[in-house]
Structures are given as C-alpha cells and as structure tokens.
Design a protein around this ligand. Structure first.
Ligand SMILES: Cc1cc2nc3c(=O)[nH]c(=O)nc-3n(C[C@H](O)[C@H](O)[C@H](O)COP(=O)(O)OP(=O)(O)OC[C@H]3O[C@@H](n4cnc5c(N)ncnc54)[C@H](O)[C@@H]3O)c2cc1C
Length: 379
C-alpha cells in the first residue's frame, strides 16, 4: 500500500511513525512538507519567553530514518482527491491512500494593521521575533487578542498572558504595565468550567484583564488603538495577536472543504472521497484544534489502515479525547483531560502544580523519540 501524507505536523508525524513501526518496508509512505523542520506549538512560547533557543526546538525532517518512510520537502500545489493525486514542487505523487494533515494557515493580512502595528506569536517566525520584541519592551499597555475562532490551542493566549506577567515582574516592569486578553469565548477553556475558573482566578490575582465574547478586528498603527467588532476601541503599546486561521488555499481549491474546513466522518476521519482522510487542524471533527487531538485523529487512521493492510475489518473509532497542558507561570502547570464526543464535552482539570512540569516535558520528549528516534527535552 502506498500512503501519501500531506503535512509533517502532529497528525502527519504520528501517522507515519505508527505505520512504519508496525509494517516497516512493507508499506510505502511518502511524507510531504514545505518546511525542513517540525516545531512544537509550545516551543514557540518557550522561545518567545527566552526559556530556550530557536535551533534547539527545530526537529529536522531529514533526520527521519524510519523503514518505509520517504520525506519529501516540497510545497503541495494542487490536490485531486478523486484520483488521490497531488502536484508538488517536487513532482506529482499518487497514493492508494491520501492523508491531508496540512494544518491551519495563519492569515496575518486578514486583520488590517496587524503587520504594521502588532506582533503575532503563532507562526514560528512570529514567535521567534516576538522574543526580541518582549526583551526590548519597556512597559505599557499590552493587549493579547485572538483574531478569529476556531484557533489552535485554546489555552495558548491565556498562557501567554500569565507568562508575560511573570516576565514583566522579573524585569521590574509589571507596575507600569497592564495586560488585557480579548477572546471571543465565554470563558478561557469552554469545555472545562473548572479549568476556566482556575484561570480566571489566576488572572484576577495577577491583575490581568479578561474580555470574553469580544474580538479585535483591526489595529490603527497611527493611534496605537485596536478596534473591536462591537465598535469599541482599546489602546495598546504592545499588541500580541493570534492571527485569523484558515484551511490552506490548496485545500480549499481542491474542493475538499465545506464552511472553510474539511468535513470528515468523526469516527473514522475519512472524507467524502474514498481513501482520502483528513487529520488535525484542517479537519472539521468537532474537537478543538490542538496537537493532542491531531495525534488522536492520526492514531485512528493508522489503526484503520493497519487493519486494511492485514486484511481485517477496520474497527478503530475516534473518541474525541485529548490532554492539554496549561502553563500558569511560576513553574506550575495544569492538565485538562478533554473529551469532545457528540454533545458530550468535558474537561477534567489536574493541577496547576509543579508536578505537571515533568509530565509536559515527557509529552514532548516521547513524541520526538517516537517520530524522530532521538532523545530531546523541551528546555
Ligand atoms: C503558541 C502555540 C502553542 C501550542 N501549544 C500546544 C500544546 O501545548 N499542546 C497541543 O496539543 N497543541 C498545541 N498547539 C497547537 C498545535 O501546534 C496544533 O494544533 C498542531 O500542530 C496541529 O497539528 P496538524 O498536524 O494538524 O498541523 P500542523 O502541525 O500545523 O502541521 C501542518 C503541516 O503542513 C505543512 N503544510 C501546510 N501547507 C502546506 C503545503 N501547501 N505544502 C506542503 N506542506 C504544507 C506545514 O508546513 C506544517 O508542517 C499550540 C499552537 C501554538 C501556535
């Protein structure tokens, strides 16, 4: 069986590792990504807050030496889901199975003024350069704004506010700074009232202003003011934004999307096209956009493909579960065990405590061990 995997993110890497571990050379996997290296989302925050260096968090795809796997660095230019064929900079590829794991693109230009007056911290380049911006910041009004929903890693803006608080305290700048967080959610972690309450208490304790159900739609570089959808204005000295998320243009042009994302069978991750699956942020599964869920999608697809290869009836089904880590600053981390399954949405909180710092570190280390066959610790 030839499996063409588009995107070497959480979804693509998990799928590739699982199939190679079970079948080795007996399966032919082509993994295609436009970049030369994988970077965890949480490593963006680690770099931004000076906890590690950029080269340390880049995991080069050409280090993948798994039986049956060929990595191709190329941009996917078109996808023909009916033929399970793609055109790329490195030529065409066709598979018995096509797995689309191209993630969400970040559209900075969609928010007027963001590129001129603000800083985004969701792309690798944006987060790495935000590090210098934060290091040079001399205090003032900081506005953290999520510019569209859904967006990946719902806790990340809250973590950013808390880590920024710590950084400003350390630098003696907190007294002359404000931190405001604007998110179009009713509470910080919608499926977990418990985690949301703990976050809201942490914001209150630290004087972080929380503005729910509101969205910044434009920045005015001349006046240093953000305009919200309800017409209100908020002044800022430093704007840190989560850009508008969209499915990559090549996915939209392929005809695979509906309402902006790829609809899939939520139990099997298969699209309307036989043999074509979508995993991770690009798929409309009903779960939040996060690596932990992308990995869960990929595990189900891998199990179903494995059954097919063995000649069995596929039985694995997705159950909508993922475990997210939330940095509270001050070397304390919480976990939220989230399940999104049909109408059932739960989020069980553990922590925050120092104990989960080691759990989160092992989460990163174990993925790099599994995907790249080497040892690594996040910071
Ligand atoms: C600041 C931050 C913190 C985060 N923290 C966490 C966390 O603690 N835990 C967690 O679970 N999640 C976290 N996330 C979310 C997580 O990073 C994403 O949800 C996850 O990476 C999604 O996986 P994916 O495989 O769907 O897509 P991605 O990991 O985004 O991978 C998609 C890949 O497709 C490639 N690609 C796209 N278009 C093309 C093309 N045309 N041609 C070729 N290649 C292409 C991209 O280069 C990319 O490598 C965080 C995200 C951010 C930004």
């Amino acid at each position: 069986m030839r499996v063409v995997v588009l995107g070497g993110g959480f979804g693509g890497l998990e799928l590739t590792a699982r199939l190679s571990a079970e079948f080795g050379d007996a399966v032919d996997i082509v993994l295609i990504d436009q970049h030369d290296a994988f970077v965890f989302g949480f490593s963006k925050l680690d770099v931004m807050f000076g906890r590690t260096e950029p080269p340390w968090v880049r995991h080069r795809y050409d280090e993948i030496a798994k039986p049956g796997v060929r990595f191709v660095q190329a941009t996917v230019r078109s996808i023909d889901p009916a033929a399970r064929r793609v055109e790329t900079d490195a030529g065409p590829f066709e598979g018995d199975v096509l797995v689309v794991g191209l993630g969400a693109d970040l559209d900075i230009a969609a928010t007027p003024g963001l590129a001129e007056a603000g800083h985004e911290f969701y792309t690798v380049d944006g987060a790495f350069s935000a590090r210098d911006v934060l290091a040079g910041f001399e205090g003032g009004d900081v506005l953290i704004g999520v510019l569209s929903t859904p967006y990946k890693c719902p806790p990340a803006p809250s973590e950013t506010a808390l880590l920024l608080h710590d950084q400003l305290v350390r630098r003696g700048l907190r007294g002359r700074s404000t931190i405001s967080l604007v998110v179009d959610f009713p509470r910080p972690i919608p499926p977990s009232p418990e985690a949301s309450d703990v976050l809201l208490a942490a914001f209150e304790e630290r004087g972080i202003a929380w503005h729910p159900r509101r969205e910044v739609c434009a920045l005015d570089p001349a006046r240093g003011v953000a305009t919200l959808r309800d017409g209100a204005e908020m002044p800022f000295d430093l704007f840190l934004g989560v850009p508008v998320h969209r499915a990559p243009a090549v996915v939209v042009e392929s005809g695979l999307t509906e309402n902006g994302w790829i609809p899939v069978d939520p139990l099997t991750l298969e699209t309307a096209f036989p043999g074509v699956y979508a995993v991770g942020d690009v798929a409309a599964v009903g779960t939040p956009r996060a690596g932990t869920f992308a990995e869960g999608h990929a595990a189900v697809v891998a199990d179903r493909l494995a059954a097919r290869i063995r000649g069995d009836e596929p039985s694995a089904e997705y159950a909508g579960r993922g475990v997210c880590y939330i940095e509270f600053g001050d070397d304390r981390i919480a976990t939220v065990d989230i399940t999104f399954f049909g109408d059932r949405r739960t989020g069980e909180l553990r922590g925050p405590s120092a104990e989960y710092v080691a759990h989160k570190a092992e989460f990163g280390s174990s993925r790099i061990r599994r995907w790249f066959d080497r040892e690594w610790t996040a910071t």
